[in-house]
Design a protein around this ligand. Structure first.
Ligand code: GUN
Length: 286
């Protein structure tokens, strides 16, 4: 068996065509959706990510502001900038690219973002809302994974989902989203004993560890759906995920590629959150 690909590029293009229409509609209603992206320092991977986010905004007509600050920017200066953006009516979403330099407390900065503009979904208010089932902006990467499962008409009800990784950005919110869709969820992490025992029981595996080949074919139940969140480089410097793609695709029923899988969907969900935030300002206008 060879798994069917879940094409994140194709799904993104389809969704973004709709977003372009939504953006125009908001503009005619007097609101031009705007996203501010803040990058501190010169982390090469972060530079690529923020460029792609800004390009995606341009593609659908969302106004974007990319602010690049030197590594030496102080925490107080960054907090001041976030405060200004919180009060800027042209900006509906604020994204501070992580990781931040070591002298800045990322938690402090994230908590300074207004939850109404927290399009990354990282604020404790957003995390708490996700946990309790209240409406909020969902973190973009796990939300993108959910959209990919939805795109193949996959019902999670009663299925066993195994999440590999427990980060605040992916693993933990992913587990909550799967739970909300009635899956039975196991979260595996670096201290998990006998990882293979767990993954072999999974109907759905989300690999979000950040290490090449952490999921190999012998760890996958035939017919399982495999979502690869990893973004790594192989020995030849080529982009690859966390999954041994060529071997696992022989066992799985569906699999996401890297590149062209979860990556573009993360950005697509950022656009979705920014549009939702802009839309929200219409309903709170007097
Ligand atoms: N660093 C890695 N992924 C992300 C993301 O989704 N948002 C932000 N702000 N930083 C990141």
């Amino acid at each position: 068996m060879s798994a069917q690909l879940i094409d994140g590029n194709a799904l993104s293009q389809h969704m973004r065509a709709d977003f372009a229409t939504r953006t125009q509609s908001l503009i005619t209603q007097g609101v031009h959706p705007g996203l501010a992206v803040i990058l501190v320092g010169d982390n090469p991977a972060s530079q690529v990510y923020v460029r792609n986010k800004v390009k995606a905004c341009e593609q659908v007509g969302i106004h974007s502001v990319l602010e690049k600050h030197p590594e030496t920017l102080s925490q107080a200066e960054l907090l001041e900038r976030v405060d200004q953006l919180n009060n800027d009516p042209r900006i509906h979403g604020i994204l501070v690219q992580l990781p931040l330099p070591a002298h800045i407390d990322a938690h402090r900065v994230i908590e300074a973002i207004s939850p109404a503009k927290d399009v990354d979904g990282f604020h404790v208010a957003s995390a708490g809302a996700l946990m309790t089932g209240l409406p909020a902006y969902w973190p973009c990467t796990p939300h993108g994974c959910m959209k990919m499962l939805e795109s193949i008409g996959y019902s999670l009800k009663g299925k066993h989902a195994v999440v590999m990784g427990r980060s605040n950005i992916v693993g933990k919110p992913m587990a909550l989203m799967l739970l909300q869709h009635n899956a039975t969820v196991t979260v595996c992490h670096s201290a998990t004993v006998n990882l293979k025992h767990h993954t072999l029981q999974a109907d759905v595996i989300i690999a979000a560890v950040g290490k090449r080949n952490v999921l190999t074919a012998d760890m996958v139940k035939p017919g399982a759906v495999v979502i690869d969140v990893g973004m790594n480089r192989d020995d030849a410097g080529k982009l690859c995920g966390d999954v041994d793609f060529e071997a696992v695709r022989q066992v799985a029923s569906y699999i996401t590629p890297v590149p062209g899988g979860v990556g573009p969907m993360t950005i697509t969900m950022l656009l979705a959150n920014t549009l939702d935030s802009a839309q929200q300002t219409l309903s709170v206008k007097p």
